[in-house]
Design a protein around this ligand. Structure first.
Ligand SMILES: NC(=O)c1ccc[n+]([C@@H]2O[C@H](COP(=O)([O-])OP(=O)(O)OC[C@H]3O[C@@H](n4cnc5c(N)ncnc54)[C@H](OP(=O)(O)O)[C@@H]3O)[C@@H](O)[C@H]2O)c1
Length: 217
C-alpha cells in the first residue's frame, strides 16, 4: 500500500520542520501558505517528495493534514482550507493559543481559558474533520527524531476519533516519540498549557533543549 500524502498548512518553523520530517521518512508532502515566496528556500532544498501550494491546494492534497499556523489564525486557517475539504481527514493540530502579548516572568499568555482549548474551537469550526492534538508541547528543533538523554520523550495527544489517533501514534513512532493518549478533545485544555511550561526554562535560562517524558513504575 502506498504511503499517505501529507499536507502541511503553515510556512513557519513548525510547518517546515515537520514537512522535512515527513519527506525524510518517505511521505509525499505539500506545504501551504498564503504567500508562496515564504516557502521558496524550503522548496529549493526539500527534495523530490516535496511540493508547495496554496492553503486550499495543500488541504486537498493531504490524506493527512497538519495545521501549523499562528494560534490566533488557526480558526481562520481551517476555514480557509475549507470545512468540506477537511471533512473526514485526520488533521494534526500543532497550534498553541499564545496571545499577542509578552510573557510574564517567562510565562506565556493565552487567549483561551482553562475551560476551553483551541483544539475544541477548531473541532467546532470543522466538525467533520478528525482533529488530533500533537507536537504542541515541544520546540520545533526536537519534533523529528529527537536525541535526548533518557530515551524517547512522550508526546501528549488527544482527539475524538480513535482511528485518527492510531494513525498519529504510528507517525509519532516513526518520528521517534512515545505517545500518551489523554482522551477526547477536552484533554487539550491540559495538553496545550504544557507549551507554557516547556518555554519557561527557555525564557528564564535560555534552555530550549528538553522534552517531557511520563515515567511509570
Ligand atoms: N515554534 C515552535 O517551536 C512551536 C512548537 C510547538 C507548537 N508551536 C505552535 O505551532 C504553530 C506554528 O508555529 P511556528 O513557530 O511555526 O510559526 P508561527 O509564526 O506561529 O506561524 C506561522 C504561520 O502562521 C500563519 N499565519 C499567521 N498569521 C495568519 C493569519 N492572520 N491568517 C492565516 N494564517 C496566518 C502563517 O501563514 P502564511 O504562511 O500564510 O503567512 C504561517 O504559516 C503555532 O500555533 C505555535 O504556537 C510552535
Amino acid at each position: 500500500m502506498s504511503k499517505k500524502r501529507i499536507g502541511v498548512i503553515g510556512s513557519g518553523p513548525v510547518g517546515q520542520v515537520l514537512a522535512s520530517g515527513f519527506v525524510k521518512h518517505g511521505f509525499e508532502t505539500m506545504v501551504g501558505s498564503r504567500d508562496a515566496a515564504k516557502l521558496k528556500d524550503w522548496a529549493a532544498k526539500a527534495g523530490a517528495l516535496a511540493k508547495t501550494g496554496t492553503v486550499q491546494e495543500t488541504a486537498r492534497f493531504g490524506d493527512i493534514v497538519v495545521l501549523a499556523v499562528k494560534g490566533t489564525a488557526a480558526e481562520a486557517a481551517v476555514r480557509l482550507a475549507g470545512a468540506e475539504v477537511l471533512a473526514g481527514k485526520v488533521v494534526i493540530d500543532t497550534t498553541n493559543q499564545i496571545a499577542d502579548a509578552p510573557p510574564s516572568n517567562g510565562v506565556l499568555k493565552f487567549f483561551t481559558t482553562l475551560d476551553e482549548s483551541l483544539l475544541e474551537r477548531l473541532q467546532r469550526a470543522v466538525p467533520k474533520a478528525r482533529f488530533v492534538k500533537a507536537f504542541s508541547c515541544v520546540g520545533n528543533a526536537l519534533m523529528v527524531n529527537p536525541k535526548l538523554v533518557g530515551g524517547p520523550p512522550s508526546m501528549f495527544i488527544c482527539g475524538n476519533d480513535a482511528d485518527a489517533k492510531k494513525e498519529v501514534v504510528e507517525i509519532l513512532k516513526v518520528f521517534g516519540w512515545e505517545t500518551e493518549d489523554a482522551g477526547t478533545v477536552e484533554a487539550a485544555r491540559a495538553i496545550e498549557p504544557l507549551c507554557m511550561l516547556w518555554c519557561i526554562p527557555g525564557f528564564l535560562k535560555n534552555d530550549w533543549v528538553h522534552a517531557f517524558k511520563l515515567l511509570r513504575a
